[in-house]
Design a protein around this ligand. Structure first.
Ligand SMILES: [Zn+2]
Length: 393
């Protein structure tokens, strides 16, 4: 049994407990959370800083870990995609697997307990199987050529079968609105099951909206270059997310990722269309947005909904740390309450990935992982540049 205490315990979904004590069994299962000012309890570990549950990273592409420092920062969406495609054959399978392991170890050390990870291939599955992190794999389908929709879908089904052989959780999702034919997007959405989790890159760049609203811009040019069918395409004249709403499956957990170019009107339409707020999660990846677009997402648009945090991949981030994402958001928006932001990083993510029975909060019966964040300004409850996380359990 371990009794862990610190200046404050942030459970993930309650107000911070000053000098609280977390009691855990030898397997790391929380037996109790005590609200006491008695620091001297027998056999208790006391730390300076705050205790938080293991983090939930709701958006990553661990299979792109070999691309760290490979694509120049500030390149914009289309050149970023070009960079990922161009590098496809530059690395061996072994090199890629080594970097997957590096990234998995890195996330665990950074206090991440659960990851929603996007995969186009099976290169990461072996590592996920033996990882201390719990993964939900989003098998990502993409392809804008109509005639290939069935083939792409069946390749994705095959990948899910491999995932199941590894006894790993996951399901098929679309990459984005701009990279799938309507046929492929319909096929995925129509066959979506009630217990699956929908996740899609949403309005990550302005050029995505330019394509759907006006049929022009860098993304439109890029899609036309890849697929000449689009030279005949008439844009629907609506935002990318309004287009998505025509397909999106009903009554499933839905994670909209990035949202850098979402407007209030988009938020209203999406919220209304999804209906049940418990099913709608806004995943923000501030450091990746900064890396690719030099822009930070406006979190205020999603304040009344469920915000989650993601690192995206090492192709567009120098670290895989949810604390670093929080620090960037906090630096740009000092008014965000730390309690609220920790909820985004833990409790909301666990609900989004359907693992809140075990993860996301420090509460009886769960095994969320226990992190210590040091160098927090405890007077104002703000993160500092030198705040860092250490996994205690
Ligand atoms: Zn992504």
């Amino acid at each position: 049994m371990r009794k862990i205490s610190a200046n404050y315990i942030f459970t993930g979904n309650t107000t911070p407990i000053r000098n609280g004590i977390v009691v855990l069994n030898d397997d790391g299962v929380v037996l109790d959370v005590l609200n006491t000012s008695d620091k001297e309890q027998h056999s208790q570990e006391f730390y300076n800083g705050i205790i938080v549950p293991g983090f939930v990273n709701t958006h990553c592409h661990i299979e792109l870990s070999h691309l760290k420092n490979h694509i120049p920062a500030g390149c914009g969406m289309v050149d970023f995609i070009r960079g990922v495609i161009a590098s496809a054959n530059e690395f061996t399978l072994e090199e890629k697997k080594d970097k997957v392991k590096f990234a998995d170890d890195l996330m665990y050390a950074r206090g991440i307990s659960v990851v929603g990870d996007v995969s186009n291939k099976s290169v990461s599955f072996e590592q996920k199987k033996q990882s201390k992190i719990k993964y939900h794999t989003f098998v990502e389908a993409l392809g804008s050529k109509r005639e290939f929709a069935d083939k792409i879908y069946s390749d994705s089904v095959h990948l899910v079968d491999i995932l199941k052989q590894y006894n790993l959780a996951g399901n098929i999702v679309p990459h984005s609105t701009y990279s799938l034919s309507p046929e492929l997007l319909s096929t995925i959405c129509e066959r979506f099951k009630a217990d699956e989790i929908f996740s899609v890159h949403n309005q990550e760049s302005g050029t995505e909206n330019d394509m759907f609203l006006f049929g022009k811009g860098d993304m439109m040019d890029f899609v036309r270059m890849i697929n000449p069918e689009y030279s005949e395409w008439t844009p629907p004249g609506i935002s990318s997310s309004n287009y998505l709403l025509e397909f999106i499956p009903n009554n499933v957990k839905t994670l909209l990722v990035h949202n850098t170019e979402v407007t209030q009107e988009d938020v209203n339409n999406i919220t209304k269309s999804i209906g049940n707020n418990d099913n709608l999660f806004w995943v923000l990846c501030p450091k990746s947005n900064m890396y690719i677009h030099n822009k930070i997402v406006d979190y205020k648009l999603f304040k009344s909904g469920n915000i989650c945090l993601g690192t995206d991949s090492l192709a567009s981030n120098n670290d895989l740390s949810i604390l670093s994402e929080m620090k960037m958001l906090h630096k740009m928006n000092p008014e965000i309450e730390l309690t609220e932001m920790i909820k985004w990083a833990t409790y909301n993510g666990a609900r989004a990935l359907n693992v809140d029975k075990e993860f996301g909060t420090i509460s009886k019966g769960k095994k969320p992982g226990i992190n210590l964040i040091s160098n927090v300004d405890l007077a104002s409850f703000t993160l500092r540049d030198d705040s860092f996380v250490k996994r205690l359990l």
